[in-house]
Each structure stands twice: as C-alpha cells, then as structure tokens.
Write a protein that binds this ligand. Structure first.
Ligand code: DGL
Length: 283
C-alpha cells in the first residue's frame, strides 16, 4: 500500500529517474572501443561515460575464452564500483566469450555487440548472404554465426578472421597499399560469394569502412555492431527513464590498466580529438 509518504517517494524516484546522472560504463581490450565512445557521443551526447581500456592485457583476440572472461569480470566489477548504470562491452571478443557470464553475475543491464550487430543484418537481409569479419577469438567462438542462425535462419553466413588488421589500424594505416593488400587477402573468400551485408565484428574495423567498401563494392551493407549496441542502449535508457536530461554534454573519464601515454596517443587518433587525463588502474 502506498500512502502519502509513499507517493512522494515515488515522485522523487521518478524525478531522479528522469535525469539519471550515473555514468555509462564501457570497456574494451584497449583503444578500439573508442569507436563505441564516438557512437555514444553522437547518439547519447548528454551521458557521462567511464571508459576502461585493458592496455596491460591486450590483445583479447588471440586469448582463450577463459582468460577473456576473467579479465571482463574484473573490469565489470571495477565499473560497477564506480556506480555505472549500465555496462557496454565494446570489445567484440569479450562480447563473444563473456557476455553471458557478465549478464548472469550483474544486476545492471550489460550489453554486448553480437546481438545488435546480428539483428541489424537479419532485419536487412533475412534470407541473404551475410559475411562476418573479426578477430580469431570472435570468429572461432561462432557467436555471430549462432546469433544469425537465431535471428535469420534463412541466411547464409561466412565468417573470416582478419587479425593483422588490428595492428595496422593502430598504426594509423587506415588506407594505403599495405593495408589494402592485407585486407584484399582476407576478404578473398567473399569476392565470388558476393555478400549482401558484412558485419564489422571488431572494434577497429569501422575505421576501415572505406577500404572494405572499395574492395567488396559499394552495394554491400556494412554494419558496425558497436553503433547498433549504442542504439539499443538508448532504447533501454529511455524505456527505464535513466537518461541524463538537459543540454549539457556528458563527460568521459578514461582508465587503463597500463600505458596511459600510449593510450592517449593512439586514442586521440581513434577519437579524432585529443584525450586529456588518463587514469591508471591495475588489477
Ligand atoms: N577489441 C578487440 C575486438 O573487438 C580487438 C582488439 C583485440 O584483439 O584485443 O575484438
């Protein structure tokens, strides 16, 4: 039974909820997840963000599922202690291996990139040919393939690991002959197959959008799962009344487990904007 006091409490809760100041937690193995921060700045500009890059233990793409899950749990615990309202797993490899465990362990909404990425492809081409590119871990986990079977059982799926593209992107080589040759080699299995859509299943690949389009042809629908995850986050925040209201732009705080200087340098390139303070948090 809700008395007057109860009604007041409900009003206050509702008021608080209509402008929820808690930050959104985002994590990745390193700098790649900054492509998700960019999407957050564009799609949810008023929200505060705490970003964690696991610079001490990257890359995740070649690690075991057991190790990636352990690292992800440590980071998610850290973010929860910082009072986040939601956790976004920006890293495709961590989403592929650890999302289920994180969702079982935490009461907060925890979102990954696999479901939103696969759904976008399924909606556009329910019976089409869908290509997936990602790290070795993501491709071998078969997470995208399983999600596509669920959302688009009539589709045909082909997945290819492209591990060398990660260091090339971090080097700033987003175009040019070396990266193009490497990308053409990896994308060879798609050339005659003519996919309708290609899921860019790695944090770094949205930066190679132009190159993928050049190699596969402009009509291939390129899907950035990180951006789709952020759109899903916006729906959830709106539905729960958890968006921070007002016109003020959100603040982003950066944490890393090692090498803050390197993060600042590389991260600035990913964001197209200088990064200020980077905090160190070792596990
Ligand atoms: N962030 C990773 C991913 O999206 C790529 C880099 C890594 O292997 O750690 O899968």
């Amino acid at each position: 039974m809700v008395g007057t006091g109860g009604a007041k409490l409900l009003r206050i809760q509702k008021m608080n909820r209509s402008s929820d100041r808690r930050p959104i937690g985002v994590f990745d193995s390193g700098v790649g997840g900054l492509t998700v921060v960019r999407a957050l700045w564009r799609i949810l500009p008023g929200q505060d963000i705490i970003y964690f890059g696991d610079m001490a233990r990257l890359p995740y793409g070649s690690k075991s599922g057991e190790a990636v899950t352990r690292f992800s749990l440590e980071i998610a615990n850290f973010l929860r202690r910082r009072g986040v309202k939601m956790i976004l797993v920006a890293c495709n490899t961590a989403s592929a291996y650890a999302l289920g465990t994180l969702q079982r362990r935490f009461r907060l909404p925890v979102l990954g990139v696999i479901g939103p990425g696969a759904k976008a492809a399924a909606q556009a081409y329910p019976r089409g040919r869908i290509g997936v590119v990602g790290t070795s871990g993501t491709v071998h986990s078969r997470s995208f393939q399983k999600a596509l079977r669920r959302y688009a059982s009539g589709s045909k799926v082909r997945a290819v690991a492209c591990p060398l593209l990660v260091p090339l992107v971090e080097e700033g080589w987003w175009r040019g002959p070396v990266t193009e040759t490497v990308a053409r080699g990896y994308l060879q299995p798609f050339r005659g197959w003519r996919p309708d859509a290609l899921i860019l299943g790695c944090t770094h690949y949205p930066l190679l959008r132009g190159l993928f389009g050049k190699i596969l042809g402009r009509r291939v629908f390129l899907i950035d799962p990180g951006e789709r995850m952020v759109q899903r986050a916006r729906e959830i925040l709106k539905g729960a009344g958890w968006k921070r209201a007002g016109r003020r732009r959100g603040r982003t705080q950066f944490y890393v487990s090692d090498n803050p200087e390197q993060f600042r340098r590389l991260g600035g390139r990913f964001l197209g904007k200088k990064i200020g303070k980077v905090y160190l948090k070792r596990f």
